[in-house]
Design a protein around this ligand. Structure first.
Ligand SMILES: [Mn+2]
Length: 240
């Protein structure tokens, strides 16, 4: 079987070796490794000023992975930035939203992780809590201080979801590296998992084409091997 090509959306990082700022196009190696380990070929898509130039690149892609990164620009969901907002990049957000629309038109399978989940929710008309304290002032710690593969908090998974079929459990532990979460739901998305403090931790589209998780499964492939099934599912759907 031909291996599917998974487009991994790139971010722009201000890299600072010494005292100079060098913007770099990048995607964390862990995303590419997770795709490759589970049968796909990762292909990093850089931010492009002329967004239509991405179309020939998308022709090569059988599926897409929207990774983690900066906060989504609050203006894209009609809010002014609150005091606790992190760094944002509206141009990159708009580029990713453009790609999400194309993925929708072409029915490309999509996996969104952390910022990826939040951005896709916004792209589909939803909104975000700019900081978790807005939703729940007594929330758990969701920005862990340990290594990225540390299993930090429990989540409860809805048995009616594709996520349940993939992970084969109602409850498991995940890492957690976010200070925001979904507020209003985007079009055709449903919440499929919550942490015990009622923070939405996963979503999917009704047809299962889009799977979104708030934690970082690419970092816990060894500590929680069932996370490989999330990538396998993207790759299987992208093989059709
Ligand atoms: Mn969390």
């Amino acid at each position: 079987m031909k291996k599917p090509i998974i487009g991994v959306l790139g971010s722009v990082l201000k890299h600072m070796p010494g005292n100079v700022v060098i913007p770099v196009n990048y995607a964390n190696a862990a995303y590419c490794k997770a795709v490759e380990r589970n049968g796909g070929i990762p292909f990093i898509i850089p931010y492009l000023e002329n967004k239509e130039d991405v179309l020939p690149l998308l022709e090569k892609c059988d599926g897409l992975l929207f990774p983690g990164g900066e906060d989504v620009d609050t203006h894209l969901y009609g809010e002014e930035p609150h005091a606790l907002i992190g760094s944002m990049n509206r141009k990159v957000d708009e580029f990713w939203i453009y790609i999400e629309k194309i993925a929708d038109e072409r029915k490309l399978p999509v996996l969104g992780i952390c910022r990826g989940m939040q951005l896709i929710n916004v792209a589909r008309g939803g909104s975000l809590y700019q900081d978790l304290t807005e939703l729940n002032s007594k929330h758990l710690l969701h920005v862990q201080k340990q290594e990225r593969d540390y299993l930090m908090h429990k989540i409860k998974i809805n048995s009616e979801s594709l996520l349940y079929k993939l992970l084969e459990t109602n409850e498991l532990e995940t890492n957690t590296l976010h200070h925001q979460c979904v507020k209003a739901l985007g079009n055709d998305l449903k919440i499929t998992a919550y942490s015990i403090d009622e923070i939405p931790e996963a979503m999917e589209s009704n047809d299962g084409r889009i799977v979104l998780v708030q934690w970082h499964p690419e970092e816990i492939l060894d500590t929680e091997p069932r996370m490989n099934n999330i990538f396998k599912n993207l790759i299987e759907k992208s093989s059709k």
